[in-house]
Write a protein that binds this ligand. Structure first.
Ligand SMILES: Nc1ncnc2c1ncn2[C@@H]1O[C@H](COP(=O)(O)OP(=O)(O)O)[C@@H](O)[C@H]1O
Ligand SMILES: [Mg+2]
Length: 193
């Protein structure tokens, strides 16, 4: 596998950054970095968390360039994100669409990232089925757009979809394999696996 550096960022919280970032980091066995000091203890999703404290310069963070690195940058404005965006292969802006405010935040976030990295994409995440198509038409004018549907399996805290799949049986396992995984596969293939 090639080395991949991928940033997940939206200046608004609750959009799915951590859900997508942790699953991807697990999938490609990447190092996981976050600036979100509230969210985490030492481990979530059985991944080791490398915390980037708010007062640390990105240049001072030890980043392993022999391995892939996934950055989950929390739901607030952090100017250091521009530097990270600049050296990542892809930047991902998840959006959980519940109203106009979510579109605005996602578009503004995309503008910020695009000025550093042309390869920045949207992921419509967790959004009601009926709203996805229109939103997709709208966002894809600005940037490439993927979809991860709402799924009860993803609401389960602190477990990756791969671990949930491993422990599931029967209909649950069938559902994950056929109704959840294909969306992750499409996104992760684009990000690089
Ligand atoms: N596709 C999804 N389906 C169902 N629940 C989801 C989905 N994506 C995220 N969630 C849930 O929504 C909440 C917020 O997601 P999270 O990844 O923590 O957002 P962020 O990191 O952007 O603040 C979490 O409880 C998470 O489990
Ligand atoms: Mg988060």
């Amino acid at each position: 596998m090639n080395i991949r550096n991928v940033l997940f960022y939206n200046k608004k919280g609750g959009q799915g950054k951590t859900t997508l970032a942790t699953n991807y980091a697990k999938k490609i066995k990447a190092n996981f970095y976050t600036n979100d000091e509230n969210n985490f203890t030492d481990e979530v999703f059985s991944i080791k968390i490398n915390m980037i404290p708010h007062n640390q310069q990105i240049e001072e963070v030890e980043i392993d360039d022999e391995k892939s690195n996934v950055f989950d940058f929390g739901g607030f404005t952090d100017d250091r994100v521009r530097i990270v965006a600049g050296f990542c292969d892809v930047c991902v802006v998840p959006i959980f669409y519940q109203g106009a405010i979510d579109i605005r935040a996602a578009q503004e976030t995309m503008q910020t990232l695009k000025s550093e990295n042309k390869n920045s994409i949207f992921v419509i995440n967790n959004t009601e089925k009926e709203l996805i198509q229109d939103l997709h038409n709208h966002l894809s004018k600005m940037s490439r757009t993927f979809v991860i549907p709402h799924s009860l399996f993803l609401q389960e805290n602190n477990k990756s979809i791969f671990d949930i799949y491993k422990n599931a049986t029967g209909l649950q396992q069938y559902t994950i394999k056929n109704k959840v995984m294909p969306y992750f596969d499409e996104l992760f293939n684009y990000l690089g696996v």
